[in-house]
Design a protein around this ligand. Sequence first.
Ligand SMILES: [Zn+2]
Length: 390
Amino acid sequence: MEADSALLVWLIPLAAIVSWWLGRRSVKQNQAGIQRISPEYFKGLNYLLNEQPDKAIEVFVKMIEVDSETVETHLALGNLFRRRGEVDRAIRIHQNLIARPTLSREERSIALLELGIDYMRSGLFDRAENLFNELIESGMHSVLAYRELLNIYQQEKEWDNAIVTARRLEQSSGQKCNTIIAQFYCEKAEQMLQAGNIKSMKDNLQKALSIDPDCARASMIEADYLFKNGKFKQAIKLYKRIERQDFALMPEVIQPLLTCYKEIDKKEEFIRYLHEVVSKYGNITSILVLAELIAEKEGTAEAVRFITRELKKHPTVKGVDRLIEYALAQAEGTTRDSLVSIKELTARLIKDRSMYKCNNCGFDAKVLHWQCPSCKHWSTIKPVYGLEGE
Ligand SMILES: [Zn+2]
């Protein structure tokens, strides 16, 4: 057994003996000390000494009489075990608590909520779901129960249930859930797309946008679909919509937009659009794509002048890296060797950096996730901006 686990196991006999002793003392103040110790305590201690902590815990937990004084102790212990990943023990403690008929309605509902969370941690989603629904029906802790139910449906990818639960959560908490409900519709849309049901995909995207007009993901799903099916003009319209929905995602759409404009043979129009984007947002992805187009049209010298001017306004490693690349094309001898060394450095800096970051928990990601894998928040992962990013 680990050292801190042992410590925790000893906490229970300590709590048991203190609570038992306090109970006895109030009855018989003057009895001799040794008679006060319960035989159950020795039984538990014996299990503990024989390294059978599970049996020991059972004995000790039963010893602590559940009354208004010790409910808190049980709840705290249950929580401690769960937080340490010992969910089976947490379940036993919470079940033992619920079985007591003396609990108040409030205490019982807290124990039910805790047991529900234990079940979730063990992956027993059906049991957890039943408990949370029981709580909601009883009108106790319904906001917390809706939140937990929502976690279950998200993990199980049951998006219809997630949508209904989020709406009920909105009603009982007064807190808006528009952005996450729109994400659930997008999840459904992606499922439909995979199943080849394009009409249903579009319906779900429409629902996402009607509940959250700023849902950039809905535009992106449909734009990507149109792009893959050669409908470039329509795709351009939707990719461009992302600018006003969530301009932080602009770097995501510049490359597909470039392809669309090339396909419809309107590169000049795209160059004008990119100039606008660069002057408004100055993101390096747009700057580099535009530099490439300038190089094609007016030569490398003009592209270098453009990047240098933009880098003064928005310095980034990626920009410097591209400048070195252009310089390398014309350099010779020792200058070339030095440039190669610097280029290796900038290339490594770019390669080692995560391209995306969660605004809520700081999680670093290599690809764009709509739900943060770490904190589970929706729409919080964005491209990294600043010197080492956009
Ligand atoms: Zn996060």
